[in-house]
Design a protein around this ligand. Structure first.
Ligand SMILES: Cc1cc2nc3c(=O)[nH]c(=O)nc-3n(C[C@H](O)[C@H](O)[C@H](O)COP(=O)(O)OP(=O)(O)OC[C@H]3O[C@@H](n4cnc5c(N)ncnc54)[C@H](O)[C@@H]3O)c2cc1C
Ligand code: FES
Length: 413
């Protein structure tokens, strides 16, 4: 028979239930809180992991593309456009209508001049100058040599629409690689404008990208792409464009507010803007001495050197060691594949010159350590670089265009 619960016991039981419920609720709410904060941590960790993996993937893509030694292909010239007094653009498509690899904005291709009556043949690098999503390649070449061997002269004087050329690429370590929240400052002189154009096209595709563009030209006769630059400046508010003309035409109103400025810009013109030291990435392309000066002034003005990227089209005569020191003279170089043993002499300014003079044919493009086309495996010995190469070599690989032996060498060529 059920006995009624005495009042005291009932009260104690109720109290016990309440305490248990309270502890339970507290426990549950603690657990819920812990669960929520764990969920948040996991979400943060997850997004960091995703960002990291996408960054790694991007780095991998960038590295593999910057190193890419794409195959030689036949390309057809479909259009030739005179851009200024001495610059001509060549529009190229694959001869067999295959899609051309687009490359990264700022990269270049190699164009080969075939052997002929006036030429032993050779190749040179040309930056892609059109939007990298255009589907074709466009190179814009300045005619800057009167040598019969000159590739730019040949392109200007002998190549026309309908001709088929051999070209390879795109490749190169100079390309737009800034994080989205960083300002891009594109700084060029003369024909150095070519790699900047695809970078501008890429940047204006992304909303919120801030671009400053400083372009230096000699005079109005030597201002390629001026219509394109003016049109970008007019239509894209995120682009600040300054076109500087050394010899400003007479009779034109000089206004600092306008797109066109008289004279030559200096690093201080770039540094006067907010965030110029910390939040901006600089991309430079122009003659070597001009580039060195701007670079040194930017660094002196507080820009960290890792924020400055540059492309060198041609080595100035001054940086070529005409009389190499006896320290790296007279070493034996064994070119293993061709079975030739050459003596590296004090008159050779690079291993590439030495190879050429001993009929060992090594491919070359820039001769400044930028394009990687001369890269070969070093099988034995030690080399010294006469200028720091921009192209990232693989283990045991060397760039003969910018190095000299420091001991006897064995090279896989
Ligand atoms: C990454 C990169 C991108 C470039 N982009 C452009 C561009 O967009 N537009 C443009 O007009 N130019 C560009 N150039 C410069 C271009 O590659 C040529 O240097 C330029 O056209 C002059 O070549 P040339 O044969 O007419 O002149 P040359 O006076 O005949 O040769 C110029 C230089 O080529 C080197 N060279 C290479 N092979 C040989 C060889 N076998 N014998 C002698 N010299 C040799 C020498 O250093 C020589 O000083 C770029 C260069 C580089 C490295
Ligand atoms: S020729 Fe371009 S890196 Fe040597």
């Amino acid at each position: 028979m059920n006995q009624p619960i005495p009042i005291v016991e009932a009260a104690l039981l109720t109290l016990l239930i309440l305490v248990c419920a309270r502890v339970g609720i507290g426990f549950l709410s603690d657990a819920l809180q812990r669960h929520n904060s764990l969920k948040k941590e996991l979400a943060v960790e997850n997004s960091a992991r995703i960002e990291l993996s996408s960054r790694l993937r991007q780095t991998y893509v960038d590295l593999s593309m910057s190193r890419r030694q794409a195959r030689w292909r036949e390309v057809m010239v479909v259009k030739v456009v005179q851009e200024s007094e001495d610059v001509r653009s060549f529009y190229l498509v694959d001869k067999d209508q295959e899609p051309l690899p687009s490359g990264l904005p700022g990269q270049h291709i190699l164009v080969e001049r075939p052997k002929g009556a006036n030429s032993k043949g050779g190749c040179r690098c040309y930056s892609l100058s059109d939007d990298s999503s255009a589907g074709h390649w466009r190179v814009s070449v300045k005619k800057n040599s009167s040598r019969p061997e000159s590739v730019s002269r040949w392109l200007h004087e002998e190549v026309a629409a309908g001709d088929v050329l051999r070209a390879r690429g795109p490749s190169g370590a100079f390309y737009l690689q800034s994080a989205v929240d960083r300002k891009i400052v594109l700084v060029s002189a003369g024909i150095g404008i070519t790699p900047m154009l695809p970078m501008i096209f890429e940047a204006i595709r992304k909303p919120g990208r801030s671009v400053r563009c400083f372009a230096q030209f000699r005079d109005v006769a030597h201002m390629p792409f001026i219509d394109t630059l003016s049109s970008i400046a007019t239509h894209y508010a995120q682009v600040e464009m300054e076109i500087w003309i050394s010899r400003f035409p007479k009779g034109v109103r000089r206004s600092t507010a306008s797109l066109f400025r008289e004279g030559k810009f200096q690093a201080k013109d770039m540094l006067s803007h907010e965030g110029a030291q910390q939040n901006s990435d600089y991309y430079l392309c122009g003659p070597e001495e001009w580039q060195e000066k701007i670079c040194a002034d930017l660094v002196e003005g507080g820009v960290r050197s890792e924020f400055i990227h540059y492309e060198l089209f041609q080595q100035s005569e001054k940086s070529i060691p005409v009389t190499p020191s006896s320290k790296y003279a007279s070493h034996n170089v064994h070119f293993k594949q061709s079975g030739s043993i050459a003596k590296f002499e004090a008159t050779h300014n690079s291993l590439l010159t030495c190879a050429g003079q001993h009929s060992v044919s090594l491919e070359s493009g820039c001769r400044t350590g930028a394009c990687g086309s001369c890269a070969v495996k070093l099988l034995g010995g030690k080399v010294r670089y006469t200028r720091e190469p921009q192209f990232q070599t693989q283990t045991n690989e060397i760039l003969p265009c910018v190095c000299v032996p420091e001991s006897d060498l064995e090279v896989d060529a």
